[in-house]
Design a protein around this ligand. Structure first.
Ligand code: SAH
Length: 407
């Protein structure tokens, strides 16, 4: 069967009875609760925590910090780091992400992976690892698992591998996904393990390199933007790195490195160094508060430059094992092409009250509205280069115009 038709069949197949929390209401219809989009909050400035002192002390001891070092401290410091505190994501936190807004999001992601895997002849019955980087509250994974259960995956064939740096977020994920979980000893590649109510094993890692190398799906949602970045500027003397230092008023400020830093030599190389660009950053900063004023109190993210990500992952001279990259496409285009609206209709048809119907509709609008999350958020997919011929025959779903291609 053509994979697009397969996708449509899956979307229908998971129909009314899918929208139940895994294994708790099997066979009954239940809309998964999501917050009311009209009450969602954006990041708000906080008060300067002790983290500022930690950062200044570091600068006094070893000199100016790279933007990457600064981000690393702010995001991951064990006591004051942003993601070490409770409830950063969601209705009561600082920001909200697409899977927290609508169950549709994770369900479509699950069906998409399923359909793409069929192209390789690796469907249910074969062992599958699902790896997620920065799983937040575990909501996306829980929506994906619910879909896979309906599409015929058996718990014994599945294992979940979560790369999560924050112990606080790990606990939140364990409560969302597992019936039981426990910490592991230091010799183990994973630091915690658990099991879902249906018996799927779940493992947590601090480092992606520790995840077993088996056939896997990789999911990274709102993850690249929290990774530490370096900032560079092209001066008359060549590329220089932007550093963070302390000024005479004891405030943090950006300055350009006097000489080439090691990072300039290691990170700026072809093809990233091509063209006439005078400013290079894997990502652009994009904040409502000054990121140097309240470290740890508010979220510190970068706007991912997806085209650079594409360049970095695609074939570079001499590379044998490169990735085939599709996208970026906007969240709006991806969801519309993957028939999220048809899924929305099923959910609305089975909603118990008008209020529930309105919430479902409003959540969907929030995901696709160009003024809200529709154009700001992007989708990209990376395939192993060995799939080139298959993708030529069955192009990736959601990344090109469905209407045109099915004519
Ligand atoms: N994917 C989720 C959450 C995104 S927030 C969603 O869409 O809702 C970023 C997540 O990445 C958080 O869980 C945070 O604790 C985690 N994180 C941040 N830096 C990390 C790193 N270097 N390695 C692994 N996880 C990280």
């Amino acid at each position: 069967m053509n994979t697009r038709s397969l996708f449509r069949v899956c979307n229908k197949l998971i129909g009314p009875s899918i929208a139940c929390t895994p294994c708790r209401h099997v066979g009954t219809y239940k809309t998964v609760k999501r917050p009311d989009p009209s009450t969602l909050k954006m990041p708000a400035p906080g008060t300067a925590p002790k983290l500022m002192e930690i950062i200044k002390e570091k600068i006094r001891l070893k000199g100016p910090l790279s933007v990457a070092e600064y981000m690393h401290i702010v995001i991951t410091n064990p006591t004051e780091g942003y993601y070490m505190k409770k409830e950063t994501i969601g209705e009561s936190g600082d920001f909200i992400t697409s899977p927290e807004i609508s169950q549709l999001f994770g369900e479509i992601v699950g069906i998409w992976f399923y359909a793409e895997t069929q192209k390789m002849g690796m469907g249910p019955g074969r062992p599958l690892q699902i790896v997620e980087l920065g799983p937040g509250k575990g909501t996306l994974m829980s929506d994906v698992l619910r879909v896979l259960h309906r599409l015929g995956y058996k718990p014994k064939d599945l294992s979940i591998h979560l790369v999560e740096i924050s112990d606080t977020m790990q606990t939140v994920q364990a409560h969302q996904l597992c019936a039981s979980h426990k910490g592991c000893d230091v010799d183990s590649p994973h630091y915690c393990e658990g099991e879902t109510t249906s018996g799927i094993k779940v493992y947590w890692y601090y480092d992606l390199k520790k995840v077993p190398c088996n056939f896997s799906w990789y999911i990274a949602h709102e993850f690249f933007d929290v990774l530490p970045i370096h900032k560079f500027e092209k001066t008359e003397e060549g590329w220089r790195e932007l550093l963070i230092d302390i000024d005479e008023n004891e405030k943090l400020y950006y300055r350009i490195s006097a000489k080439e830093t090691n990072n300039v030599n290691n990170l700026i190389r072809p093809p990233l160094d091509g063209g006439d660009r005078t400013e290079l950053e894997a990502f652009h900063k994009h904040k409502v508060v000054n990121p140097l004023e309240t470290p740890g109190a508010s979220d510190l993210t970068a706007d991912v430059d997806f085209s650079q990500l594409r360049v970095a992952a695609s074939m570079t001279p001499g590379d044998e094992n490169y990735a085939l990259v599709v996208g970026p496409v906007t969240q709006r285009d991806f969801l519309r092409r993957t028939q999220a609206e048809a899924r929305l209709k099923v959910l609305i048809d089975h909603a118990k009250s008008d209020e529930q119907k309105e919430t479902l509709q409003a959540a969907y609008e929030m995901l696709i509205d160009p003024e809200k999350m529709g154009e700001r958020f992007k989708f990209m997919a990376f395939y192993p280069s060995a799939m080139a011929a298959i993708l030529e025959k069955y192009p990736p779903i959601g990344f090109s115009n469905l209407e045109k291609e099915t004519k």
